[in-house]
Design a protein around this ligand. Structure first.
Ligand code: GLN
Length: 304
């Protein structure tokens, strides 16, 4: 086994010296005051060994990273029917881009951009008895930690300012690709995005995608074929219009969020999570991208 702790320490101390740490997302007012100097990395191997450096035990807003977890729950509940309502092609556009949605008759390009994730939220609102409670319990199962929670201030902040998400939901509704009321679906979506986790909790949450669909509590949530599909979608769509760049630099399926988190994984080997809230112009964590590029280069562990 490589000396993971030494590798993480080196990567951390190199990346933290970057003169440009990016910019903290401010379009969600509640996220704007997060200290840009936070930086943590956590690695969980498939044998259950954990390695961490920096702020890997501090909570942050997982934001769009939640889209992968919502997708896996929707696939668990309705299987292939997900693909009647959302496509699996990279969008090549920002996460909140609306033009394609109109041109393509209300079928979002993929489930990891906002419009696609809003369709997934609609499926969960239809299928779950108590959507917010049931989804949170699902996440707690994955993480193997009942302390995981929504951040109500972040959810409220987005509810008050998420105009483009209202626009996307209304467009979806006009194309009959939203079954529940716009307000109800977005309330769920904003809560889902507001979930807070630490790097180590996120590594645990994504363990099932490196472990054939079985979570840390030993429950089988999705089958091998569904895991393959979710990992493929992360690789091709997990970083919006920078998915090609992430595959090129890092070479792992992964997902970013505007809270500054990135989770990436190598099936049967490891899950790695980084958090640094400064974002590049595409909305992906600047130091996170740097650190992960170094990680797969130094360990030679990528899918390529
Ligand atoms: N909640 C954010 C939004 O809808 C998520 C975006 C992101 O993390 N890329 O705008």
């Amino acid at each position: 086994m490589p000396d993971y702790q030494a590798i993480l320490n080196t990567i951390y101390s190199e990346a933290i010296q970057a003169s440009d740490k990016g910019i903290v997302a401010s379009y969600i007012p509640e996220l704007a005051h997060i200290d840009i100097n936070n930086f943590g990395i956590h690695l969980r191997t498939s044998e259950g060994k954990n390695f961490g450096v920096g702020d890997y035990n501090k909570l942050f807003s997982i934001q769009s990273i939640s889209k992968v977890l919502a997708l896996s729950k929707a696939m668990e509940l309705v299987g292939e029917a997900v693909w009647d309502r959302v496509d699996v092609e990279p969008s090549g556009n920002p996460f909140n881009f609306l033009t394609l949605l109109e041109v393509e008759n209300g079928i979002p390009r993929n489930p990891l951009i906002n419009s696609g994730a809003i369709v997934i939220s609609d499926i969960l609102v239809s299928k779950l008895k108590n959507p917010k409670d049931d989804f949170l319990n699902y996440i707690r199962d994955l993480v193997n930690d009942n302390s995981v929670n929504y951040n109500m201030d972040v959810a409220q902040s987005e509810k008050a300012t998420g105009f483009k998400n209202y626009a996307a939901a209304n467009l979806l509704k006009s194309f009959k690709n939203l079954n529940n009321p716009v307000e109800e679906v977005l309330d769920f979506y904003f809560h889902q995005c507001s979930i807070e986790m630490t790097c180590s909790q996120l590594s645990n949450a994504f363990y099932l995608f490196a472990n054939n669909g079985c979570c840390l509590r030993n429950k089988l949530h999705i089958n091998d074929r569904q895991v393959k599909r979710i990992n493929a979608i992360m690789l091709t769509c997990g970083f919006y219009d920078e998915a090609g760049e992430f595959a090129f630099e890092v070479g792992l399926p992964g997902k970013s969020g505007v809270g500054g988190g990135i989770v990436a994984l190598l099936p049967d080997k490891f899950v790695i999570t980084t958090w640094s809230p400064g974002l590049n112009v595409k909305g992906n964590s600047k130091l996170g991208m740097l650190a992960l590029e170094q990680f797969t280069t130094k360990t030679k562990l990528s899918i390529f």
